[in-house]
Design a protein around this ligand. Structure first.
Ligand code: FES
Ligand SMILES: [Fe+2]
Length: 457
């Protein structure tokens, strides 16, 4: 279905560049509406948001609006949000609204009253005989689209011939399934309309290479050298060390020993710093409290790998005592899972055993200089204990999002502006640490037929 790319996965290890048209051009943004968005799996909302049969949520992507509706226990229908009569949106979704929610057993169009059931069948047309028998069920039903659930999210795809979602997710889905994201719930969820392209925004969360320059305060607590690797359309990054011994001690995920003489102390300090400045995600209360006890529970000089093993064991026991069971994740999967995954095209998931920090970006209107930015925290809670949350529109400040995200916001707009400079020769992504970004452009080019990365030499 996609045009073969001249850049192979192995080429991502080489110095590459790619054009900036994808971030800046109105024509490119228009083309995305045809070539990209109708052809990819996109997550709509967490399953937990659909409580009763008939609960629905709208999902807007570029010019398309979709209604996703719960039809039973774990079953959903999805329809284009348009009445087949004269094209009125069935559910009004005004600009500046995150999504529209409600509960319906029938959908009645506000214009002439055509009516539809939860399967999308037309059940009422005023003066139907005036059409002289031309109105078949196929002409008058809602336009149904593909819907599946995975990871605790409901996903849609507008392409009837698209591969099933598990195939689309591939290895990324297999690895992330071990984290049982479907058993986590929202801790908080926020969104903003932000002044940069949706790609500029999601790319700000694809690599830890920026930590040293952007989140300078974190350098007191850890090293941030990172690997990145392509998995078909998707990619992963993790913390990396230049020496093998250090690599063994540190691990690639956010829960690691940190930097310092005493791993008992550095592990705690890194976990606490991440938790407090990432708006109380990237760790959990249980993990931070268990890390705080390390200095009392372990002798001085305990090697980092043993500190981490003890930390995980005691946090797991603490969580078990309050009714939060950890999934059993084989060590080789933990190693492969690394720090964070980018799911093509517009998602990033930074996963932990009991938490996840997720990002999504979407175009806003027809303006390539604007996007809808969303970030949210998931956590494993005791049964029935998850907090009530709703989407909150939040200004891009440290007060609203925590210090780390505010530092990321403080780059994105200026990357968008900087890339317009006639003095910019094009991006020079790091071939080891920023491969997620070049893999993203490699895949994007296959859908768009333009914008392929090319070798620098
Ligand atoms: S446009 Fe919906 S009933 Fe006429
Ligand atoms: Fe960042």
């Amino acid at each position: 279905m996609n045009k073969p790319s001249g850049i192979a996965v192995e080429d991502l290890a080489k110095p590459l560049t790619y054009p900036v048209e994808a971030f800046l051009s109105r024509d490119y943004a228009e083309a995305e509406k045809e070539k990209l968005w109708p052809r990819v799996w996109q997550l709509v909302e967490r399953v937990e948001d659909f409580r009763e049969v008939g609960d629905f949520v709208t999902y807007n992507i570029a010019d398309d609006s979709i209604i996703v509706l719960k039809t039973g226990d774990g079953t959903f229908n999805a329809f284009h949000n348009v009445c087949p009569h004269r094209g009125r949106q069935l559910i009004n979704v005004p600009d500046g609204v995150h999504s529209v929610r409600g509960n319906r057993r029938t959908f009645i169009c506000g214009f002439h009253g055509w009516t539809f059931d939860t399967e999308g069948n037309n059940t009422y047309i005023l003066d139907k005989e005036d059409w002289q028998g031309a109105l078949t069920p196929e002409l008058t039903c809602l336009s149904k689209i593909r819907v599946e659930s995975w990871g605790g999210w409901v996903w849609i795809n507008m392409d009837a011939s698209a591969e099933p979602l598990p195939e689309y997710l591939g290895r990324a889905g297999e690895v992330l399934s071990h984290f049982e994201l479907d058993r986590m719930s929202y801790k908080w969820r926020q969104w903003a309309i932000y002044p940069c392209n949706w790609k500029t925004a999601i790319e700000a969360f694809m690599e830890p290479y920026h930590v040293a320059g952007t989140h300078t305060q974190l350098l007191d607590y850890g090293d941030y050298y990172a690997y990145s690797a392509a998995h078909d359309r998707h990619s992963v990054s993790g913390f990396d060390q230049k020496g093998l011994a250090a690599k063994m001690a540190q691990g690639g995920s956010v829960s690691r020993a940190g930097k310092g003489e005493d791993a008992r102390i550095s592990t705690y300090e890194l976990a606490r710093e991440n938790f407090e400045t990432l708006n109380f995600t990237g760790s959990t209360d249980t993990l931070v409290n268990a890390a705080k006890r390390l200095v009392d529970e372990l002798p001085e000089g305990t090697p980092a790998s043993e500190v981490i093993a003890h930390w995980m064991k005691s946090a797991k026991a603490d969580d078990a005592a309050r009714g939060v069971a950890w999934p059993e994740i084989p060590p080789e999967i933990m190693a492969e899972a690394g720090l964070a995954w980018s799911l093509f095209p517009n998602l990033t998931i930074l996963q932990g055993v009991t938490f996840a920090l997720c990002y999504r970006t979407r175009p806003y209107g027809n303006d390539p200089d604007k996007c809808i930015f969303e970030a949210y925290a998931l956590e494993r809670y005791p049964e029935g204990d998850a907090p009530e949350t709703a989407w909150i529109e939040a200004a891009p400040t440290a007060e609203q999002w925590g210090a780390i995200l505010a530092q990321d916001f403080a780059n994105m707009e200026w990357v968008q502006r900087g890339m317009k400079s006639r003095g910019f020769r094009g991006p020079l992504p790091n071939p080891h640490q920023e491969r997620k970004i070049t893999n993203f452009h490699r895949n994007l080019a296959q859908f768009m037929g333009t914008g392929e990365p090319r070798l620098l030499k």
